[in-house]
Design a protein around this ligand. Structure first.
Ligand SMILES: Cc1cc2nc3c(=O)[nH]c(=O)nc-3n(C[C@H](O)[C@H](O)[C@H](O)COP(=O)(O)OP(=O)(O)OC[C@H]3O[C@@H](n4cnc5c(N)ncnc54)[C@H](O)[C@@H]3O)c2cc1C
Ligand code: FES
Length: 357
């Protein structure tokens, strides 16, 4: 079927066969990964868990990886990264994504409010190097905060599905018990799996969880006395990641700490002088530079360049700088045109620039 579709693609010019296939069934595509929502649950007040059935172009994932999900909101395609939360060994052809709704978040609020069975979304192939090792470490330590639970939940579920039995500690931080996704399942897993210890910290409700406070060496020791001998994976908000890095560095264990960021703490580079204008080549639009990254300024101008992580990781927003100079908002490095490719989500204009969207 797939080969036949590829052959017909050439005949269907100018639209390609996908335009006709999707009229029959939205998930049909000869090349793109599309997925249909086949299950929705809203287990906590600010999250939604989606079960998705991708089409045959999906080739699977390794526990810890993410996908770029594209959905249409008010006629505009929006893309964001979400980590698979299910076991990578699942054989039923579905994947699970859990999305935390951020107070002013466009895509996360939209999915929380409207996602329903039958919704079709676009996906990228699985990507990312924050992954569970192929062979079982002597000890495993998984640490997460908030929505950062998703990739480590996949690692834990995969570890259990592989039948690994060496010690694993799962340390999770949430504001309160009600806001912790996967709480009942984690409790059930500890009943059925040898050597699994789940430790919770509810930071806004001291006295209601296993431990209190924010990550410290003392707290880590209380959660897992063997942490210095563990291969450790951390995903969560910037302060949690920074605390983990400092603890592991002072213990000389940095090479055994693996981290995944969902968001940047802040743009660290000096803002510099705000002047000049941005010309969006091919659109006949020019706007005054307001000092924000080019992606955000383009969106404010009503344009919709493709983006994914919005923090310089995924390269989805890479566009050609035709002329001018930009500053990397994370590192402060300057890049000089003409004709170089830049990630517009982390590039701030320095004076006049022309960018090909
Ligand atoms: C590799 C990777 C994997 C990810 N996996 C998941 C996942 O499994 N589940 C999940 O819920 N999210 C995940 N995210 C975050 C997700 O991609 C979006 O950033 C998040 O859903 C917010 O998007 P939005 O459109 O709602 O917010 P936007 O409209 O893009 O942003 C609105 C506001 O929220 C702030 N904001 C954006 N993202 C975050 C964040 N993560 N934490 C705090 N503030 C933020 C922005 O600074 C901005 O002020 C992942 C991100 C990356 C890079
Ligand atoms: S959107 Fe991912 S690098 Fe810019």
């Amino acid at each position: 079927m797939r080969r036949a579709v590829a052959a017909f693609d050439a005949l269907a010019t100018p639209h390609g066969v996908d335009r006709y296939l999707e009229l029959v069934r939205p998930t049909w595509s000869s090349t793109e990964i599309r997925a249909r929502v086949v299950g929705v649950s809203r287990a906590t007040p600010d999250s939604v868990t989606l079960t998705l059935r991708p089409n045959g172009n999906w080739t699977g994932f390794t526990a810890g990886q993410h996908t770029q999900l594209t959905t249409e909101i008010d006629g505009v395609r929006q893309t964001r990264c979400y980590s698979m939360a299910n076991s990578a060994l699942d054989t039923n052809g579905t994947i699970e994504l859990s999305v935390k709704a951020h107070p002013h978040g466009l895509v996360s609020q939209h999915l929380r409010a409207t996602a329903a069975d039958g919704l079709t979304v676009g996906l990228s192939p699985a990507q990312g190097s924050f992954t569970l090792p192929d062979t079982e470490p002597q000890r495993l330590l998984l640490i997460s905060g908030g929505s950062g639970i998703t990739p480590v939940m996949s690692m834990l579920r995969t570890r259990c599905a592989r039948g690994w039995t060496r010690p694993v500690t799962f340390l999770h931080f949430a504001p309160t018990a009600d806001q912790m996704i996967y709480r009942p399942e984690l409790a059930a897993l500890t009943e059925n799996h040898e050597n699994l210890r789940v430790v919770t910290v509810f930071t806004d409700a001291p006295g209601t969880s296993d431990l209190d406070g924010f990550l410290s060496e003392e707290q880590l020791g209380a959660a897992d006395g063997g942490w210095r001998a563990s291969e450790t994976f951390v995903c969560g908000p910037p302060p949690l990641m920074e605390a983990a890095r400092a603890i592991f560095e002072s213990a000389g264990r940095s090479e055994h700490l693996h981290t995944e960021a969902f968001t940047l703490a802040q743009f660290v580079a000096e803002a510099g002088a705000v002047n000049g204008s941005i010309c969006f080549a091919g659109t006949a639009q020019t706007v005054d530079n307001d000092g924000r990254p080019i992606l955000v300024q383009a969106e404010s101008a009503g344009l919709a360049p493709q983006s994914g992580c919005r923090m310089g990781i995924c390269h989805t927003c890479t566009r050609r700088l035709c002329s001018g100079v930009v500053r990397d908002a994370v590192t402060g490095a300057l890049t000089d045109g003409p004709d170089v490719d830049i990630r517009i989500c982390v590039s701030v204009p320095v004076g006049d620039v022309e960018i090909d969207l």
